[in-house]
Design a protein around this ligand. Sequence first.
Ligand code: FAD
Ligand code: SIN
Length: 526
Amino acid sequence: MKKKSDFLVIGSGVAGLSFAIKAAKHGTVSVLSKNDLEETNTKYAQGGIAAVMSPPDSFKKHIRDTISVGDGLCDEEIVEMVIRDAPERIKELVSWGVDFDHNKDGSYDLAREGGHSEHRILHYKDITGKEIQEALISKVRSDPNIKIFDNYFAIDLLTQHHHGKLVLRSHTDTECYGAYVLNMSSGKTETFLSKITIVATGGIGNLYNITTNPLVATGDGLAMVYRAKGIINNMEFVQFHPTSLYNPGERPSFLITEALRGFGAVLKNTAGEKLMNKYDSRGSLAPRDIVARAIDSEMKSRGDDFVYLDGTHLNSDELKAHFPNIYEKCFNEGIDITKDMIPVVPAAHYLCGGVKVDKNGRSSINRLYAIGEVAHTGLHGANRLASNSLMEAVVFAHRAAVHSVRQMKNFTFNEKIPEWNYEGTKHPEEMVLITQNYKEMQQIMTNYVGIVRSDLRLERAMKRLEIIYQETEKLYKKSTLSRKLCELRNLINVGYLVIKMAQSLHESRGLHYTLDYPKKKRSTEF
Ligand code: FAD
Ligand code: SIN
């Protein structure tokens, strides 16, 4: 029995849910989440959401900071559009019940992070993402037009290919009719038909073996769009956050927000020396790519496993009040951040590239939109300014809703799509075939395609990944579907795109640094 709704939203983070709330005013909405609704990258966001709220800040300054960090690859029209719309979207979040911290005089308590020339980060303590996620969930749960399918795993997007037509990446008439989705309680694959499909599946952090991203971040949406022959861009720009708590074995790695550096904490090497001064005049608040590379280089040259973030000189009451979550977590790990330095390491954090979309979030496939971290809008260029991603997600969710609501009326459900074919598949006998390949893939990506790359490392990574790809495809064809197998397959696909795009870039720019071409080369056109 096929499930039908006007809008199919794949993902329950800030992008998917804020879209759903808007679309539900105009039609029926199905929201899919492969876990429970809460488990998203959004929930883990700490620092906050950037927006220009009052002088001395200005749109001009935020635009300048975003473009400067983007290192020549931002689409300036998109930057301006997003930044000017952000304050309106903040008001909307507040009207939906999101609380941001205020000063005693009633103004917003704005934080500052790396690359920002002003204090402009709205936050709720150091758990901004949780605050946003919870407010959006209670809103979607109370909307009768929204049906929630949690523990439903989207496998593939439906296009003309599924009723026997050839679909190529060069075609401009490819359409999306919904998705095949694994119901993880029944083990059955169900057909979800829609007039409009939204991919809001978040990031790819689990491509690497140290990441701040929760286990759900496995690039499924990207791989689905790629297999459906959509266009994907800028995959070489993977952002590593400089400061995750050094706590071997913990997954995801616990983030130590950049706002702590904005508050005055300083990076030091294990000898207690301030480490950023020799790398950048902005010190510990230089943009992330520079700080992460500096830490990587310091750790490698000294043979250390971590560096320190030192906040012991800061007012301890204020530190605890502003960062209660970090204080508590570190305290439970035996670190009192008011007295002890925090051991930190860089961790895979955010993907700047993704599904290429236009200013309304439309992908290259008709009836298919991509919003949030999975999308490449042109806002971030070669590096993302801290706290610009929650902002991008809400702005594009809004634009995609406005646009797709108008479009939706022109479409009908495609009844020609057949149900999933289970023929010739059986349960994989050994899960180790999947888990071992997952680990190997993470090792390959971490060691060869991490913060510092080279032609030789990329070539090796591609060769090794090819072997894992062949093995996994063979297994996939004869296995009944499981989340783990699909995630592995998707991550291999994403890894391939990261390597391929990194290989095509004969220069270092933003987040992509290669020993063979250490300088910027090409013109800075988007
Ligand atoms: P997510 O919030 O990740 O949601 C993805 C959803 O897709 C989930 O519901 C998941 O279940 C679902 N999904 C995925 N695959 C499938 C599938 N196959 N089938 C069904 N469902 C699927 N950004 C900022 O701007 N400010 C910050 O302070 C900040 N701090 C961060 C801190 C951490 C620790 C992390 C990890 C990220 C942070 N970011 C921050 C980045 C930001 O949180 C994310 O970019 C943003 O939340 C992504 O939102 P999203 O809606 O696109 O995806
Ligand atoms: C942080 O709080 O440091 C993360 C902010 C971000 O990723 O935008």
